[in-house]
Design a protein around this ligand. Structure first.
Ligand code: ZN
Length: 151
């Protein structure tokens, strides 16, 4: 299996079996994002306990890239501190930035070494119109985090 096929499998698995899709009973922050270019919608809910993401939900509809990105994001941030999540948002967006290839610290021989399943979305950079799809859940997550610090 090529790396590209592996990445496609990871994306499809998250699309077909999305993680953390159930709305939370108690959410400390809530944000909704849309990508009108593609018709993608994502709602992000966060519960925070002692500065950590103690529960998360991403509910939405749209293309496989946006919905799998949302599912991978929930797996990636659960249990992390708010600061760690902000750092992860930066790293994810850097990975998706086509002008930023050189210094990501990604090891091509070890897929998943840095960002885990999220690295499966790297291939999306070849289709610039889809980058907005991949970034949508992360932009929405950043909005939810901003609510936390505002309250
Ligand atoms: Zn899309």
């Amino acid at each position: 299996m090529s790396l590209e096929e592996l990445y496609r499998e990871v994306i499809l698995d998250h699309y077909r079996n999305p993680r953390h899709r159930k709305p939370l009973d108690r959410a400390d922050a809530h944000a909704e994002g849309v990508n009108p270019l593609c018709g993608d919608e994502v709602t992000v809910e966060l519960a925070v306990t002692d500065g950590r993401i103690s529960d998360v939900a991403a509910i939405g509809q749209g293309c496989s890239i946006s919905q799998s990105s949302a599912s991978m994001m929930t797996d990636a941030i659960l249990g992390k501190t708010v600061e760690e999540v902000r750092d992860l948002i930066q790293r994810f967006k850097a990975m998706m930035d086509i002008d930023h290839e050189a210094d990501l610290g990604l090891d091509p021989d070890r897929p998943g070494a840095v960002l885990g399943d999220l690295e499966a979305l790297q291939g999306v950079r070849r289709y610039p119109v889809r980058i907005k799809c991949a970034n949508l859940p992360w932009t929405t997550l950043a909005q939810a985090l901003d609510q936390l610090s505002a309250s």
